[in-house]
Write a protein that binds this ligand. Structure first.
Ligand code: AMP
Ligand code: ZN
Length: 196
């Protein structure tokens, strides 16, 4: 059989069309539709489990509207932010551990997302000083502070590169006592002593 007739016999209709690979930073938008990750949904918001949780409990709350990050928020979003607060209250009622809610000052992933995370910070996915400092320094802007800033100023001020660098290089300190570990392995070992 000639090469040409072989080619003609190909039935391309049976080959599934390859989806173009999406950029990693769009992963949350995909996860919002993954039933295995969805914890709770409302008309305007979706709560998913963080795929790489940095504590025993780690959720992300995202709007269905395509708002890319906190820097896009204005006063017209205050009602939506209120809904974040109501959902947070429900999530807190469903858990008997201490939960903190906030936004990273410089998020790495697209789509506005509020972290809801337990204070144990006990997780194999929590590995680096950057991970630690992104949840335990001013880089983690509490939900209440975002709400207050938006109400008062109507926007969320971006932090400078210098502030970003200095927050990330803050010396390690336990989030539950005054212990100052020398490194991450020491910190992770120490965190176990706080587990009841
Ligand atoms: P941020 O630095 O605020 O942008 O944090 C993004 C969060 O999304 C991190 O806590 C990641 O562990 C989490 N994450 C990354 N990729 C995914 C994904 N595909 N689905 C769910 N969570 C993810
Ligand atoms: Zn401690």
């Amino acid at each position: 059989m000639s090469k040409r007739s072989l080619d003609n016999n190909k039935d391309d209709s049976k080959i599934p069309a390859k989806e173009p690979k999406k950029h990693w930073s769009l992963g949350l938008v995909e996860s919002m539709e993954d039933p295995k990750l969805i914890y709770k949904e409302t008309k305007n918001l979706v709560v998913i489990r963080d795929k790489y949780p940095k504590a025993k409990i780690h959720f992300l709350v995202l709007p269905r509207d395509d708002i890319s990050s906190i820097s896009k928020l204005n006063k017209s979003h205050l009602n939506l932010l209120d809904e974040f607060g109501l959902l947070l209250k429900t999530i807190k009622e469903e858990h008997d551990c201490e939960l903190r809610a906030g936004f990273h000052a410089v998020p790495s992933m697209h789509r506005l997302h509020m972290h809801v995370i337990s204070t144990d910070m006990n997780s194999p996915c929590l590995k680096t000083k950057v991970h630690w400092n992104s949840f335990t320094t001013g880089f983690f802007i509490l939900y209440e502070d975002i709400f207050k800033k938006l109400t008062e100023d109507g926007f969320i001020q971006k932090i400078s590169n210098e502030t970003h660098k200095s927050l990330m290089s803050t010396p390690l300190k336990c989030n539950q006592c005054s212990y100052e570990p020398k490194n991450m392995p020491q910190l992770k070992q120490h965190l176990l002593t706080h587990i009841k």
